[in-house]
Design a protein around this ligand. Structure first.
Ligand code: NAD
Ligand code: UDX
Length: 473
């Protein structure tokens, strides 16, 4: 042993990788080992080609290159890392259950429990286990039971949910709004464990931003924070439908409403719908928890945030189909953006997947372009979402290497992600290579609609007064 404080993180994904890169960067005296069962992921983290890191996140590459091999290590030796560690973060995936009890709603804790059982089996000395994954309330308690059942050594379980958003993960981690630590404040060992975790964050986070609560409050706060954020998006998206029917402009309404300091301006951008691996999953988790506690109406209230999001995606696709004279069969449509938001290559629950699936169902021909999402990922997502098999899909779907190639011969451009580069496209050139009338459906309200209309495009934008040339039913 080197005598240095040893941190291990189980799960080298979107949370484990960036979070541990920041811990390593901010705490040069601590050794950080990130482990995963996926050899492919670990190889990618260790890749000498820095373009090959498994995830794209602005600033991540630099942080990894500066610390990797010094005090940041990526490995598949899960047992070795557990054995050495003083503190073990668990950042494994906790997706929505696909089958069985609570299917489609409850969190699948299989990976979490496997990780916990591995820790219980391997650990010979006392460990602090930090729950970084988002989990239902009372998970820490259950995990504590599993861990302490063997009686070989003592475990302290802390809840420390992660609030980073993809695309801004490094900024969020280096300058968090708060660090939330849930632990057993009534027990001396609990207080000691909380203290060790506070010490780590204190390297770069001001003390007043590090808050401690009981474990259940901490676990629940994570789900509630995501509910509140998603609720704002669904609320403004509900308003966007009202705007289209009334002549109001949703961006003007957002601005007017958001200037009320009690409401605030963030997360009021109307869109084709929220995506990402967290919002839907965590809200469904809250729905399931409420239902299982007999709180039916409360579950329904939470559930409407997800249902509104589904309606928004449907509404957008309906606008496209009706706009294109009630049929898209055989028409080429360019899809601009496939990730669930800009500055990430992540496509989990991306609105683009639903939009593409529905258009493919109508037998449209799609030309999809995204600056960061890998081609194989797009195929995987579309195949999983569609009833058609890969061969059938290959007749309808084409992946483009640039937006101009995607636009060539298409009837419509459909913006699904707000990538900055879409604002600066040469739309005169694009108009020239498209079928006429040329349509743009801006699912993110990022383009200059007035300019596009002057050029000759028929433009639909979310929650904006409708273009009189757009066919509506
Ligand atoms: P991810 O799928 O990107 O990464 C999870 C990793 O854990 C995978 O690489 C997987 O191979 C590995 N893993 C699974 N079981 C393992 C085991 N038993 N031993 C070792 N490795 C194992 O997931 P993610 O996006 O990083 O999310 C992780 C958790 O963090 C989830 O609970 C999620 O809800 C939460 N979270 C995610 C975000 C986000 O923006 N992605 C933000 C906040 C919280
Ligand atoms: C979210 C939470 O923000 C973060 O705190 C949590 O840790 C994980 O889940 P993330 O999903 O990465 O982060 O991105 P976020 O910025 O929250 O966006 C989620 C979705 O909502 C995206 O599809 C985004 O485009 C959409 N969105 C967001 C809107 O449509 N309008 C908005 O005003 C804000």
């Amino acid at each position: 042993s080197t005598g240095r404080y040893q941190v291990c993180c189980i799960g080298a994904g979107y949370v484990g990788g960036p979070t541990m890169a920041v811990v390593a960067k901010m705490c040069p005296k601590i050794d950080v080992t990130v482990v995963d069962i996926s050899q492919r992921r670990i190889d990618a983290w260790n890749s000498q080609q820095d373009s090959e890191l498994p995830i794209y996140e602005p600033g991540l590459k630099e942080a990894v290159l500066n610390t990797r091999g010094k005090n940041l290590f990526f490995s598949t030796d899960v047992d070795g890392a557990i054995e050495r560690a003083n503190m073990i973060f668990v950042a494994v995936n906790t997706p929505t259950k696909k089958d069985g009890l609570g299917a489609g709603r409850a969190a699948d804790l299989t990976y979490w429990e496997l990780a916990a059982r591995r820790i219980a089996k391997i650990a010979k000395s006392p460990k602090i286990v930090v729950e970084k994954s988002t989990v239902p309330i009372r998970t820490a308690e259950a995990i504590s039971t599993v861990l302490n059942a063997s009686g070989t050594t003592k475990f302290q379980i802390l809840s420390n949910p992660e609030f980073l958003a993809e695309g801004t993960a490094m900024r969020d981690l280096e300058n968090p709004d708060r660090i939330l630590i849930g632990g057993n404040l009534k027990d001396e060992d609990g207080i000691q464990a909380i203290g060790e975790l506070v010490d780590i964050y204190s390297h770069w986070v001001p003390k007043e931003k590090i808050i401690t609560t009981n474990v259940w409050s901490s676990e629940l706060s994570k789900l509630v924070a995501n509910f509140f954020l998603a609720q704002r998006v669904s609320s403004i998206n509900a308003v966007s439908a009202l705007c289209e029917s009334s002549g109001a402009d949703v961006d003007e309404v957002s601005m007017a409403v958001g200037m009320d300091s009690r409401i605030g301006s963030k997360f009021l951008k109307a869109s084709v719908g929220f995506g990402g691996s967290c919002f839907q999953k965590d809200i469904l988790n809250l729905v399931y928890l409420s239902e299982s506690m007999g709180l039916k109406e409360i579950a329904e209230y939470f559930h409407w945030v997800v249902r509104m999001n589904d309606l928004q995606k449907d509404r957008f696709v309906s606008r496209i189909i009706h706009g294109l004279f009630n049929t898209v069969t055989g028409k080429r449509i360019a899809i601009l953006g496939f990730s669930f938001k800009k500055d990430t290559g992540d496509t989990r629950e991306s609105a683009a997947i639903s939009v593409c699936q529905r258009l493919v169902d109508e037998r449209a021909n799609l030309a999809i372009y995204d600056p960061k999402v890998q081609e194989a990922q797009i195929w995987q997502d579309i195949t999983a979402a569609s009833r058609m098999d890969r061969l059938e899909l290959e007749r309808l779907v084409h992946i483009s290497s640039n937006p101009y190639e995607a636009s060539q011969g298409s009837h419509a451009l459909v913006v699904c992600t707000e990538w900055d580069e879409f604002r600066d496209l040469n739309f005169e050139k694009i108009l020239g290579i498209m079928e006429k009338p040329a349509f743009i459906f801006d699912g993110r309200n990022v383009l200059n609609h007035e300019h596009l209309r002057k050029l000759g495009f028929v433009v639909y934008a979310i929650g904006k007064p409708l273009d009189p040339r757009l066919n509506v039913v």
